[in-house]
Design a protein around this ligand. Structure first.
Ligand SMILES: [Ca+2]
Ligand SMILES: [Ca+2]
Ligand SMILES: [Ca+2]
Ligand SMILES: [Ca+2]
Length: 300
C-alpha cells in the first residue's frame, strides 16, 4: 500500500467519526457526482474539526505559558519560591519563617528581616557577615547567603569597597555617592544609588553655613590641620567643585584641639561647625576607607 493510499484511508477513517455538520445544502443540491460530494463533505468536516482541536490545543498552551510566567508562591506569603530560596533565605513552605506572626512578604516590604524576629530591621542584619547589610544586598541584588555573589574570587564587600560591581565577574565599575542632608543632619553613602549606610553629622552654623550643591572628594588626609580654626581634623576629605575653593570645606571626624580636647559627640545631629561636615568617631574611619577621591558629594 502506497503512503498516499495509507493517508487516504486514515483520512476516510477519521472523517467518518466526525459529525456531518459540513454537508451543506449547496453540496447536497449539486449535480456533481456523488463520490465528489462525499469527498468534499469529508474535507469540510475534517478542516472544521482540525481547526477546533487546533484552537483547544493553542489555548491550553497559552494558559500553560501564562502560568509559567507567574512565579510559584507555595506558602502564599507574597514571595515566590525561587526568591525565598535565592534572595531571602526564607522557607518557601512556611509563610512566617521566623515565627513572629508577621508573614515573610510583609516583613520584606516593610524593611524587616523575615529571618530574625524581635522587629529586626533588614538594615541591621548581615546574614552571612560579609560587612554588607541585608537591606543593601537585597536592593543591590547580591546574595545575603554567599560572600562572593558572582563567584569571581572577590567577596561582595571588597568589590563594593573598591568600586567594582559584585553582581558580575566582569571588572565593571560601580558608582559611589555621598549625600548630605543639612535639614536632617544625616549623611548617606550610596552604591549604584542604593544606600549602604548612614551617619549622623554636624554641619555649619547659620553664620558659617555649609554650601549646598554638587561636589566631589578632591583630596584625603588621615589627619589634616586647619590653619583657619587652629585644630586637627582626623579622616579629612576635602571637597572640590565649581563654586568652591578646593579644600575650603571637607568631611572629617569630630575635630581635636592642640591641647588634646576633642569635640563631643553630643554636637552631632546639630549644626555646630564652621562649614565642614563633621562625622562621629565610629563612622569617620569607615567612611574614609570607603570613599575614593573623585567620589560625588551632593549637599542638599
Ligand atoms: Ca512564598
Ligand atoms: Ca515573620
Ligand atoms: Ca551581608
Ligand atoms: Ca565577587
Amino acid at each position: 500500500m502506497s503512503r498516499l493510499t495509507q493517508l487516504a484511508h486514515f483520512f476516510v477513517a477519521v472523517s467518518d467519526y466526525l459529525p456531518p455538520y459540513t454537508e451543506y445544502a449547496l453540496l447536497r443540491s449539486s449535480t456533481a457526482p456523488r463520490t465528489v460530494l462525499n469527498w468534499l463533505s469529508r474535507v469540510g468536516r475534517f478542516l472544521i474539526w482540525a481547526a477546533f482541536f487546533g484552537i483547544v490545543v493553542w489555548s491550553m498552551l497559552g494558559v500553560a505559558t501564562v502560568r509559567a510566567d507567574v512565579p510559584l508562591d507555595s506558602d502564599g506569603d507574597g514571595l515566590s519560591d525561587q526568591d525565598e530560596r535565592e534572595r531571602y533565605d526564607t522557607d518557601p513552605l512556611n509563610p512566617d519563617t521566623d515565627g513572629d506572626s508577621y508573614p515573610d512578604g510583609l516583613e520584606i516590604a516593610q524593611g524587616y528581616s523575615p529571618r530574625f524576629g524581635l522587629k529586626k530591621k533588614l538594615a541591621d542584619v548581615d546574614s552571612e557577615g560579609d560587612g554588607l547589610n541585608d537591606a543593601f544586598e537585597i536592593a543591590l541584588g547580591t546574595s545575603i547567603m554567599r560572600r562572593d555573589t558572582d563567584g569571581d574570587g572577590y567577596d561582595d564587600y571588597h568589590e563594593v569597597l573598591h568600586g567594582y560591581d559584585p553582581r558580575t565577574a566582569e571588572p565593571n565599575k560601580i558608582a559611589k555617592k555621598i549625600v548630605v542632608s543639612l535639614a536632617t543632619q544625616r549623611l548617606g553613602y550610596f552604591v549604584d544609588d542604593i544606600r549602604l549606610g548612614e551617619a549622623i553629622i554636624s554641619t555649619g552654623t547659620r553664620k558659617h553655613p555649609t554650601p549646598k550643591g554638587e561636589f566631589y572628594i578632591a583630596n584625603k588626609s588621615k589627619r589634616a590641620w586647619s590653619k583657619i580654626a587652629g585644630l586637627w581634623m582626623p579622616y579629612w576629605m576635602g571637597l572640590g567643585g565649581k563654586d568652591v575653593k578646593t579644600g575650603l570645606y571637607g568631611i572629617h571626624e569630630l575635630p581635636e584641639w592642640p591641647n588634646g580636647k576633642k569635640e563631643g559627640e553630643s554636637h552631632l545631629g546639630h549644626p555646630f561647625s564652621g562649614g565642614c561636615i563633621r562625622v562621629g568617631v565610629k563612622d569617620a574611619s569607615v567612611l574614609y576607607e570607603w570613599t575614593p577621591t573623585g567620589t560625588k558629594v551632593v549637599i542638599q
